[in-house]
Design a protein around this ligand. Structure first.
Ligand code: C2E
Ligand code: CA
Ligand code: CA
Ligand code: CA
Length: 271
C-alpha cells in the first residue's frame, strides 16, 4: 500500500510539473502575442426588450493563437491577471474598439476591465487619451466592471467612476448577483447599468425557478427605482426573454439574440 501511495504521489508531482510547464509556455506565448497584437474583439449585440432594436455591443476578447487557433478568455485570462499582462491585452482591445466605434454609425460598445486594472490610477485618463486621439465619442463607450472591482480601495474606485461619468462614459456592473452584499453597491457607487448574471437568467425556469424569479424581479425593480438600467445576460430561449421583459428588464444579451462575432459580421448590421 505504501508503494502505491508513493506512485500516486509521483503521478501527482508529474501532473503538477506538467501543468506549471504548460502555464509557463502559455505565458511566453502571451508575451509574444502582445508584441504581435494577436488579439481581436468579437462583438455581441445588446437588444432592447421593448422593441428588439440593437442598442449596443459588448466587445469580447479573442486571441488568435499561432498554433492553437482562436482562444476564449477562459483559457488565458486568469494567467493574464496573475502575470499582470492582461492590462496590456486590454489596451490592445480598447484601441481596436475605439477605432471600430469611429467607423460605425450608432450604438455603444462596452469593454471589459479586470478589477485590478480598473483600480490602477491612470485607467480613466488613459482611456480619455485613447478616445481623444481617435476622435471618438465617449458617450458611445461603456465600461463593464465586476463587483470585485468595488471591493478594495473605495476612494480611488469612486474617483475613477466619477471621472468616467463626467466624460459621459457609462459604467455597467457585470455578473450582477455573483458577488456579495451586491445590492448595497447600487447606491454607494455611481453605476448606471447592471447586467444580471447569466446563472440567474438560466435559473428563471429551472427547478427552483420561483425563487430565482423573485430575486431577479426584486433586483430589476430596485434598479428601476434607482434609475439604473438592467441587462439580462445569457438569454438562450424565448421563455427567458419573455420573463425578463415582463419583469421590466430593459435589455437582453445572449445566444438567442446573437452570438459574439467578428466586427465584419456584427457591427455592420447596425449601420
Ligand atoms: P462576461 O463579461 O460575463 O462576458 C459574457 C460571456 O458570456 C462571454 O464569454 C460570452 O461569449 C458568453 N455568452 C454570451 N451569451 C451567452 C449565452 O447565451 N449563453 C452562454 N452560456 N454564454 C454566453 P467569453 O467571451 O468567453 O468571455 C468570458 C469572460 O472573459 C467575460 O465574461 C469577461 O469577464 C472576460 N473578458 C472578455 N473580454 C475581455 C477583455 O477584453 N478584457 C478583460 N479583462 N476581460 C475580458
Ligand atoms: Ca462583460
Ligand atoms: Ca457578465
Ligand atoms: Ca463573467
Amino acid at each position: 500500500a505504501k508503494g502505491m501511495g508513493q506512485d500516486r504521489c509521483m503521478l501527482f508531482d508529474e501532473a503538477m510539473r506538467e501543468q506549471s510547464l504548460q502555464s509557463l509556455e502559455l505565458e511566453a506565448d502571451l508575451r509574444r502575442a502582445i508584441i504581435n497584437n494577436d488579439f481581436l474583439p468579437f462583438y455581441q449585440p445588446i437588444v432592447s426588450l421593448a422593441d428588439g432594436s440593437v442598442v449596443g455591443h459588448e466587445a469580447l476578447l479573442r486571441w488568435q493563437h499561432e498554433g492553437r487557433g482562436l482562444l476564449l478568455p477562459g483559457e488565458f485570462i486568469s494567467l493574464g491577471e496573475e502575470s499582470g499582462l492582461i492590462e496590456q491585452v486590454d489596451w490592445l482591445i480598447y484601441e481596436q474598439v475605439v477605432r471600430d466605434l469611429a467607423g460605425t454609425a450608432s450604438g455603444y460598445v462596452s469593454v471589459n476591465v479586470s478589477p485590478r486594472h480598473f483600480r490602477s490610477s491612470e485607467f480613466a485618463t488613459r482611456l480619455f487619451g485613447l478616445l481623444d486621439a481617435a476622435g471618438a465619442d465617449p458617450g458611445r463607450l461603456r465600461v463593464e466592471i465586476t463587483e470585485m472591482a468595488l471591493l478594495e480601495d473605495a476612494p480611488r474606485t469612486l474617483r475613477t467612476l466619477y471621472q468616467l461619468r463626467e466624460r459621459g462614459i457609462v459604467v455597467q456592473l457585470d455578473d450582477f448577483g455573483t458577488g456579495y452584499s451586491a445590492l448595497s453597491y447600487l447606491h454607494r457607487f455611481p453605476i448606471s447599468a447592471l447586467k444580471i448574471d447569466r446563472s440567474f437568467v438560466a435559473g428563471l425556469h429551472a427547478d427552483n425557478g420561483k425563487s430565482t424569479q423573485a430575486l431577479v424581479e426584486g433586483v430589476v425593480s430596485l434598479a428601476r427605482t434607482l434609475g439604473i438600467e438592467t441587462i439580462g445576460e445569457g438569454v438562450e430561449d424565448e421563455r427567458q426573454l419573455r420573463t425578463l421583459f415582463e419583469m421590466g428588464c430593459n435589455f437582453g444579451q445572449g445566444y438567442l439574440l446573437g452570438h459574439p462575432m467578428p466586427r465584419e459580421v456584427t457591427l455592420h448590421k447596425t449601420e
